[in-house]
Design a protein around this ligand. Structure first.
Ligand SMILES: [Zn+2]
Length: 321
């Protein structure tokens, strides 16, 4: 499998030969993972960018995730270096800023933002400023991000309920929904011919599980359903791509998290909070899932605790994404 790396929009600096499954490309480089199918691992720090994918169809390009406006601008020249076909669709895997705030950039390129209907519902909940109410998350993000402040929030306008299919006879991409996970509107892009899955943040590869808008218990069930697709390559929302084990590991992390939290059933929130270092140590001990335990842990533990009937913690501990 050939891997082409572009570390500068106009210059191909390296062309590496890597196995499709044994290794992964560097952050901010384009990786060809199939005929006309590309993966791009976004730079998390300091840019906050998500991962992207794109599929070059006969007449147009479908981009997976709009990213932040600055993230969209990182990949636009990289797509243009590969094809002169227009980007017609940008698929927001969910409503979060690092996956959907770049919509305006794609619209300016002539593309239409697509999402599962649930993603629009989530936007109505959190992007109150867009829907005529008090300032929401976009306005909050604009205070700290120039790219957001200089852009405009655009909601996805092409929506699907259970699936949307792109098929030009050579390539087929199915946009799917399997229930609540990271949010209530997680969309998945499934390429049945190549068995490649783009998961958005419903599956990540590293300490990036923001649980504030979803449901951990349902997330485990949703991953169980997704595993039945039989993906061979999994392109996560953040972190390096992997194989089917990524779905297993992501699910195993939440199962282990729930098991840790169960020990505190009926106890006071303060006791759970005080036990955070030991919960962290227990999760880190399991090699398979250790990489998922990080800064979001207190918020994840609190969420799991509440889902199991526990009380909310006295002080706000859920970090903003
Ligand atoms: Zn997200």
């Amino acid at each position: 499998m050939k891997t082409i790396a572009f570390s500068h929009p106009t210059a191909i600096l390296a062309a590496l030969c890597l196995s499709a499954f044994a290794s992964h490309a560097e952050v901010n480089t384009v990786e060809k993972i199939g005929e006309d199918i590309y993966f791009h691992e976004g730079e998390i720090r300091p840019s906050g960018h998500c991962n992207n994918g794109w599929i070059v169809f006969e007449d147009y390009v479908l981009v997976i995730d709009a990213n932040f406006p600055s993230g969209a601008r990182v990949i636009i020249p990289k797509i243009a270096a590969i094809t002169n076909k227009p980007v017609r669709f940008a698929f927001d895997t969910h409503h979060h800023g690092d996956h959907a705030y770049g919509n305006q950039v794609w619209i300016e390129k002539g593309a239409t933002p697509i999402a599962h209907v649930g993603a629009l519902e989530e936007m109505k909940k959190y992007e109150t400023g867009l829907f005529g109410d008090k300032p929401g998350r976009w306005q909050e993000a604009a205070k700290g991000r120039k790219d957001v402040a200089e852009s405009k929030l655009k909601a996805p306008t092409l929506l699907y309920k259970s699936e949307m299919i792109f098929d030009d006879g050579k390539h087929r991409v199915e946009l799917l929904h399997f229930g609540t996970a990271h949010t209530h509107g997680d969309g998945w892009a499934w390429l049945p011919n190549e068995k490649i899955l783009f998961s958005g943040d419903a599956c990540v590869n590293g300490p990036y599980n923001f649980t504030g808008d979803g449901n951990i218990g349902e997330w485990i069930q949703t991953l169980e359903a997704v595993k039945k697709l039989g993906a061979k390559v999994v392109c996560p929302g953040h972190g390096p791509r992997g194989g089917p084990e990524l779905l297993d590991d992501q699910q195993a992390y939440f199962i282990a998290l729930q098991a840790e939290v169960k020990h505190f059933f009926g106890k006071e929130p303060a006791e759970v909070e005080a036990a955070m270092p030991s919960i962290m140590a227990a999760l880190k001990k399991n090699e398979r899932i250790a990489r998922y335990a990080g800064n979001f842990l207190p918020a994840q533990v609190e969420k799991a605790f509440i889902e199991q009937g526990g009380k909310a913690w006295p002080k706000p501990t859920i970090p903003k994404k």
